[in-house]
Design a protein around this ligand. Structure first.
Ligand SMILES: [Zn+2]
Length: 468
């Protein structure tokens, strides 16, 4: 990763992003120059396109000039602030990758991660990274939205989203009916009543959420642990000071509610579902399965050492970005030409299916053999039964696996639906998401980190093995 490069291109582009805020070219250039310096690379040329959306398909003169320089072998690396600055449309990426491939330019880097466009998988990864990066840059611009931060710091409420329970439409005045309900819920919860019992109580009283829906345990938990209820202003999930409204319950009650309702020990049965990739990740060092291994408040997957897991303990990866990335990969895969080809061309059975087929045939032959041995008096009936049941169990497992492989019925209903699924992905519950992921993805190998300590996801560490 730290190879010396002496004629690197920096590319920057100004564009309106979806939140209507623009990320200044200056800032992009600063970040890219810093990245070059960090790597010890020499920048030969900076290319800047201004005010032209990569989406519109209009010509980008500087981008074209950079491509010519790459094609003529005058550049040995590209630094770009985000992949979405380079391309928005797949066809542009294909062309870019082809030109880089011919010129043997492998190093396309962003301050947040590397992409190897010449390597076959790298291209897919670049597309996914671009998709993820687009989301990220959205989130980032929202995060740095000065205005909402200013409002938050003044303690005033934001008006977006549904009205918070307990408050009137101005989000400051207590709701005459709902505020007492919150105080009731607080007393009951602190007295040890379970969330299920609180939900039942609310339903019996006919109290609904501000959107007219029935309460669930998680919505009750969310309301009761929201610092808004004890007069705190929350911004981007963080308490940033006192709010302008009066508290409904005391701060002490609020803190006790948080300890009680957010105590991880209460939620052990949920932890399995909080790690949707559990059992699908394989350690790239020792081949063991990776499991949930949180550090502090951060969810991680890890290869675990010790007598129970027998892993090497050598690989960890943060969960959130990885899960986003894999979901994106799966949704992309569902719409990919490769997948359609796989399904329509019906090429020779994949290796795994062939191996299973052989195992099934071998076991079927073994059953015959056992019957013959018993008939010939070589084994007793009891011995035959024992061996038979062992072979039959294995046979059954293999048959089921074989039919899963050859009749991917689960996946069939999702194929070609990547776009639609993407639009509603976050409304699906975790088990629905897992079902879709498992229909397409066999497993994912996680390789060791090459850039320790850096935040974000390095897509080169993620090696998917597709079921189809
Ligand atoms: Zn391991």
């Amino acid at each position: 990763m730290t190879k010396t490069r002496s004629a690197v291109a920096i590319y920057a582009r100004i564009s309106q992003d979806r939140t209507g805020e623009e990320l200044g070219v200056k800032r992009q250039l600063q970040d890219c120059r810093a990245e070059a310096e960090r790597r010890g690379w020499t920048v030969a040329q900076e290319y800047v396109d201004d005010d032209i959306s990569a989406y519109s398909g209009k010509k980008r003169p500087e981008y074209e000039r950079m491509l010519r320089d790459i094609a003529e072998g005058r550049r040995d690396g590209v630094i770009v602030w985000h992949m979405d600055r380079l391309h928005r449309r797949p066809i542009e990426l294909e062309r870019f990758a082809e030109i880089c491939g011919h010129a043997e330019l492998r190093d396309v880097v962003t301050p947040s991660g590397d992409v190897d466009l010449v390597n076959g998988d790298g291209l897919l990864m670049a597309r996914l990274l671009a998709a993820v990066a687009a989301n990220e840059s959205n989130a980032k611009s929202r995060r740095i939205s000065r205005k909402s931060l200013e409002i938050a710091q003044s303690g005033r409420p934001t008006m977006g989203g549904p009205r918070p329970f307990g408050f009137l439409d101005d989000r400051v005045t207590h709701h005459p009916a709902e505020a007492p309900v919150i105080r009731q819920l607080t007393r009951r919860a602190l007295a040890g009543e379970t969330l299920i019992s609180l939900v039942t109580w609310l339903q019996d009283k006919g109290v609904t959420t501000t959107q007219g829906k029935e309460w669930r345990t998680n919505t009750v938990r969310t309301v009761l642990t929201n610092p808004r209820m004890w007069g705190m202003r929350v911004h981007q999930g963080q308490v940033i000071g006192k709010a302008v409204w009066e508290p409904i319950i005391t701060e002490d009650e609020g803190e006790r509610l948080r300890r009680k309702l957010l105590d991880p020990a209460r939620r052990t049965n949920r932890s399995a579902r909080r790690y949707p990739l559990s059992g699908m990740l394989e350690c790239g060092k020792c081949g063991n399965r990776m499991h949930s291994h949180p550090r502090g408040q951060y969810r991680r997957y890890g290869c675990l050492k010790g007598p129970d897991s027998r892993g090497c303990g050598g690989i960890f990866i943060y969960a959130e970005r990885l899960e986003e990335f894999i979901a994106e990969a799966v949704l992309y895969r569902l719409d990919s030409p490769e997948l359609h080809r796989t399904l329509t061309e019906d090429t020779t059975a994949p290796e795994e299916a062939r191996a299973l087929e052989e195992a099934i045939e071998a076991d079927a032959a073994k059953l015959n053999e056992l019957a013959e041995m018993w008939a010939d008096g070589e084994i007793t009936r009891a011995q035959m039964k024992t061996m038979q049941s062992r072979v039959e169990a294995r046979l059954e497992t293999n048959r089921r696996a074989f039919s899963r492989l050859t009749h991917p019925a689960d996946a069939a209903e999702y194929i070609g639906q990547g776009q639609e699924l993407r639009a509603k992905w976050h409304t699906l519950n975790l088990s629905q998401q897992v079902a879709i992921i498992k229909a397409v993805l066999h497993k994912v190998t996680i390789l060791p980190a090459t850039t320790p300590g850096r935040h974000g996801l390095d897509p080169n560490r993620v090696v998917p093995e597709w079921r189809l």
